[in-house]
Ligand binder design. Structure first.
Ligand code: AMP
Length: 562
């Protein structure tokens, strides 16, 4: 396939906002290709040349791309930057400059999809000194052979900004439309989803759909060193609700919910790879996990699921996830990081063992296999704290124990359930304590719209900065009120309004409300430096004056302790 034909496809995609149309455009393109081209075009349609989970990038920044454009067109870098500022799109910039240049030269080499794809992949393999230079040369070489429109899309692919509006959903639907009759579409979509969960690569899915059809998709299985999507959890309201959601005949499985980083570990002999929840390969960043698995997992081939938790090497206490996350992006000084922020992996599942996929076996069975292959080693690798019970009392004391030992709460799992990727599968739920409520002062509000325009709706909430004697905003509470509550709040706040601008009002600090929320985050958006996630009104605190409102130091303590 000529790259110019792919450019036609990109251009049609870019010219419509409609997802249905985008799907049809892609489906048409996919259906006409042979196997090899299909794999490449599927990736390129999403602006990539590697599967999302591969630890590989083309590795050219926009800045370096400006240099490549300059090299290919002879234009000055500063002029390119000016034009880039004007167009807001480096792809269009390259297109224009290549067009200007093309009028002067005649030499032209046809670019094929194959050529562009392979060149981009090759660029990712350059490493070490001089690699930037080499990448730049290759990019310039591609642009020199490109027609103006091709230059637009090559540039965008290289800098990772396609602007054609194709996401995973579009590609999934396009594969269905390209290779299956309309009446089977719905059924096919779930098979495609299964294949994608297992392979995490739409080019594998598309090739299978084309070559092997329906049954082929069903049979896409996990493979070692190709991560599968994780199983995620919904929330349980309380213990009873948890049992109702996941409890079977024999009760439910309860486990500590550790506050760390989800890890999917693949092992074959001494080769070990570690993937995060987003399926990023972090093997290099976590040599300690690799070691621990080599030493303590007695299996030739396996895929394990667990949570890596950081601890303080001095007193062995848990360290919050924020600090551990520093290790995820590290490219250098990794050994120091291992010393400074060591981790212990708590394993809770095995998905693959000695050549067999375990995901359709019940959790109970997987857990007993996991116990067989793991030799626990303190502060390196062990099994998650785990209890199978049908007694609410036992469950409650397990929950209390979990909270006392630094766990965030518990996970509750269905012992009879298979492993299924995704968040709405309903085989596992999480139970966490609701955060302690805060008593906060209303310092501003906003008039509602439509039916609610007579009421003040969204409230600016503040805590007390005891050092400065000021009120510092921690968020806006805007949802979850009954009409009665809105009316009552409005009546109480109206006399306190000090300034009105549009729908916004400032309010004299006087009214205190008790508020629940899901989480406290750091945020530069509010004057306190913190933001409440999903604040909700518990009650109006008639009994409290502003001096009884919670302080900034309490907010900051709560932030640290969550
Ligand atoms: P959340 O991120 O709040 O939706 O909770 C789900 C996450 O809890 C998972 O992705 C894991 O990273 C983590 N987790 C901690 N302990 C466990 C456990 N025993 N079983 C499953 N997930 C766990």
């Amino acid at each position: 396939m000529d790259y110019s034909e792919l450019a036609d496809v990109y251009e049609s995609l870019e010219s419509t906002q409609s997802n249905l149309e985008k799907t049809s455009i892609l489906a048409k393109a996919f259906s006409s290709l042979d196997k090899e081209e299909l794999e490449k075009v599927v990736r390129l349609s999403m602006g990539r040349v590697f599967a999302a989970w591969k630890d590989k990038e083309i590795g050219i920044s926009s800045k370096l791309m400006v240099k490549a454009i300059s090299k290919a067109t002879g234009e000055k870098e500063s002029d390119i930057e000016d034009l880039w500022r004007e167009t807001g799109d480096l792809g269009l910039t390259a297109e224009r400059l290549v067009k200007d240049k093309k009028q002067q030269t005649l030499a032209k080499q046809e670019l094929t999809v194959e050529k562009v794809f392979m060149t981009l992949q090759e660029m990712a393999t350059y490493e070490g000194s001089g690699s930037q230079e080499k990448k730049l040369d290759k990019a310039a070489e591609l642009l020199s052979s490109a027609e103006p429109r091709e230059a637009r899309y090559i540039t965008r692919t290289i800098i990772g900004d396609m602007r054609v509006g194709v996401g995973e959903g579009t590609v999934r639907d396009a594969i269905a439309e390209a290779f299956f009759p309309e009446e089977e579409k719905e059924e096919v979509k779930s098979k495609i989803q299964h294949a994608y969960d297992m392979a995490n690569d739409f080019s594998v899915v598309a090739r299978t759909a084309k070559e092997e059809g329906f049954s082929g998709l069903e049979e896409v299985e996990m493979e070692l060193f190709r991560p599968i999507q994780m199983m995620l959890a919904q929330k349980a309201e309380d213990m009873e609700d948890g049992f109702e959601s996941v409890g079977g005949e024999e009760g439910a499985v309860l486990e500590y919910k550790y506050d760390g980083m989800r890890v999917q570990i693949h092992k074959k002999g001494d080769e070990v790879k570690v993937f995060t929840r987003r399926l990023e390969d972090v093997t290099e960043q976590f040599p300690d996990i690799v070691d621990a698995v080599r030493k303590n997992v007695d299996a030739q081939e396996c895929v394990l699921d667990g949570e890596a938790v950081a601890y303080n090497p001095e007193d062995m206490s848990n360290i919050p996830f924020q600090k551990l996350s520093k290790r995820i992006k590290r490219k250098y000084g990794i050994e120091e990081m291992v010393e400074e922020i060591p981790v212990v992996v708590h394993l809770f599942d095995v998905l693959y063992l000695e050549g067999d996929s375990f995901i359709s076996k019940p959790l109970e069975k997987r857990w007993s296999k996991l116990k067989e292959v793991v030799e626990e080693a303190e502060y390196d690798l062990d099994l998650a704290k785990h209890l199978e019970t049908s007694s609410i009392e036992d469950a409650n004391s397990f929950y209390q124990e979990a909270l006392q030992s630094d766990a965030e709460g518990i996970m509750m799992k269905n012992p009879d359930a298979e492993f299924k990727p995704g968040s709405r599968v309903g085989y596992m739920v999480k139970l966490k304590p609701v955060m302690e409520t805060l008593d906060l002062v209303v310092v501003g509000a906003e008039w509602g719209e439509g039916r609610r325009s007579d009421w003040l709706g969204s409230y600016r909430l503040a805590c007390r900065d005891e050092d400065l004697g000021e009120f510092k905003v921690v968020g806006k509470m805007a949802t979850g009120f009954t009409d009665e509550q809105l009316e009552e709040m409005t009546e109480k706040i109206k006399p306190l309004i000090t300034k009105e601008e549009g729908r916004e009002v400032d309010v004299k600090p006087d009214l205190v409300v008790e508020v629940s929320y899901e989480e406290l985050q750091k945020s530069p958006q509010y004057s306190s430096g913190y933001a409440l996630r999903f604040p909700r009104l518990v009650q109006i605190r008639e009994d409290l004056g502003v001096e009884g409102a919670d302080t900034l130091s309490k907010v900051s303590d709560l932030y640290e302790s969550q």
